[in-house]
Design a protein around this ligand. Structure first.
Ligand SMILES: Nc1ncnc2c1ncn2[C@@H]1O[C@H](COP(=O)(O)OP(=O)(O)OP(=O)(O)O)[C@@H](O)[C@H]1O
Ligand SMILES: [Mg+2]
Length: 311
C-alpha cells in the first residue's frame, strides 16, 4: 500500500529573530514525543541553526549537498536526532547556496520534499517576504506564522501573510486556467485582483459560477495559523486574536490564532547548552504554551488521524 502523504507545515516570520527556529524545533520535539514520525528541514536562507536547537552539532551533510547535486536524494542528508522519531535535514552551510537558488534547484528541492514519507515535515523558513521564502509556502495548504507582539514584527507578518496569500491565489488561478476570467474580473473592477480577494471571488462567481465555486473551495482549503512568541507580562493576550480579525477584514482570509508563547530567559540557557528547551525546562509557562500550540494544531487533524509509532 502506498504510504500517505506527509503533512507539510511551513513556518515563517516577517522578520528575523521572532522565534521561528525555536518554535519549529520544539514543535518537532512535541510531535516526535507523541509518536509522530517528524522531519525538520532547515530552509533558512542564510542563518541555518536548527541543529543547535534540537541539540546536535552541524551534520556533515546539508542542503548545500543536495542543491549542488553532490547527493542524489534528500534521504542521503537526513540525520537522526537523539530523540526517537525526530529527524533533521540541516540548512545550507554556505549562504550563497540557498539565497541564490535557481528556479530549477528550488523546484527540485520542493519535489524532493513532496516525495518524503513522514507524518509531519516542518520547514523552518528564513525571515521576510523574499521570493524564495514565499515559494516554500506554496508546497502546502497550511502555513504557520510566528510574530512577537512588537508593532514592527506585526507589520512585517501582515506583509508576509498577504504576500503568501496573494501568491496562492495566483497559483490557483493559473492551475485552473482562470486567466481569462481573472482578466475579465480585473477589467470590471481593477481593485479585485490586486487588493481584494473577496471582491475577486464575487466577480468570478458572477462571471462563471462553476469556476467561482472552485476558486472558493480552493481558497477555503488554506489553513493559515498564527502564533505570538516572546510575550511578556505587560503584553495584551488579545493581540493574536486582533491580528487574525484584521487579516480577515482586509484579506477575507480566515486565520487561526494557535496561541501565545511566553518569553522566558531560560530559552537562552537551553540554546547555549544545545539542548531542546522542552527537555530542560518542561514545567515552565513557555513549555505549557508550546504544548498548547501543538494541541491546537493537532486538533485540526483529528478528523484524519495519523498512525503513531508504538513506543
Ligand atoms: N519564547 C522565547 N523566550 C525567550 N527567548 C526567545 C523565545 N523565542 C525565541 N527566543 C530567543 O530569540 C532569539 C531568536 O530566536 P530564533 O533563532 O528561534 O528566531 P528566528 O526567527 O529563527 O531567527 P532568524 O530569523 O535569525 O532565523 C534567540 O536568541 C532565542 O533564544
Ligand atoms: Mg531561524
Amino acid at each position: 500500500m502506498e504510504s500517505p502523504a506527509s503533512r507539510i507545515w511551513p513556518i515563517g516570520g516577517g522578520k528575523g529573530g521572532t522565534g521561528k527556529s525555536f518554535f519549529t524545533g520544539n514543535l518537532g520535539y512535541l510531535l516526535a514525543k507523541q509518536g509522530y514520525r517528524t522531519l525538520l528541514i532547515d530552509v533558512d536562507l542564510g542563518a541555518a541553526n536548527l541543529h543547535t536547537i534540537v541539540g546536535i552539532p552541524h551534520p556533515p551533510k546539508s542542503l548545500s549537498d543536495y542543491v549542488n547535486k553532490r547527493v542524489a536524494s534528500l534521504e542521503e542528508i537526513i540525520v537522526n536526532t537523539p530523540l526517537a522519531n525526530l529527524d533533521l535535514i540541516s540548512g545550507a552551510m554556505n549562504n550563497l547556496d540557498m539565497a541564490n537558488l535557481a528556479h530549477e534547484q528550488k523546484m527540485r528541492l520542493l519535489r524532493g520534499v513532496g516525495r518524503l514519507s513522514y507524518d509531519y515535515i516542518l520547514l523552518d523558513l528564513g525571515a521576510g517576504t523574499s521570493f524564495n521564502t514565499i515559494d516554500f509556502f506554496m508546497i502546502s495548504n497550511t502555513g504557520i506564522f510566528i510574530t512577537t507582539p512588537e508593532p514592527t514584527s506585526i507589520e512585517n507578518i501582515y506583509r508576509l501573510i498577504r504576500s503568501v496569500y496573494f501568491r496562492k491565489i495566483h497559483q490557483v488561478l493559473k492551475t485552473y486556467d482562470f486567466k481569462h476570467l481573472a482578466e475579465e474580473a480585473e477589467k470590471r473592477n481593477p481593485r479585485a485582483i490586486v487588493s481584494n480577494p473577496d471582491l475577486l471571488l464575487q466577480v468570478m462567481q458572477e462571471l462563471d459560477p462553476e469556476k467561482g465555486a472552485k476558486l472558493q473551495e480552493s481558497l477555503g482549503s488554506f489553513h493559515f495559523r498564527l502564533a505570538l512568541n516572546q510575550l511578556r507580562k505587560q503584553d495584551s493576550h488579545q493581540t493574536g486574536t486582533l491580528i487574525c480579525k484584521i487579516i480577515e477584514k482586509h484579506l477575507a482570509l480566515r486565520m487561526q490564532h494557535i496561541g501565545n508563547v511566553y518569553f522566558d530567559d531560560r530559552v537562552h540557557n537551553a540554546i547555549c547548552k544545545r539542548m531542546p528547551f522542552l527537555e530542560l525546562y518542561p514545567y515552565t509557562q513557555t513549555a505549557l504554551d508550546l504544548r498548547e500550540c501543538c494541541r491546537v494544531l493537532l486538533a485540526r487533524e483529528a478528523t484524519a488521524p495519523l498512525r503513531r509509532v508504538e513506543s
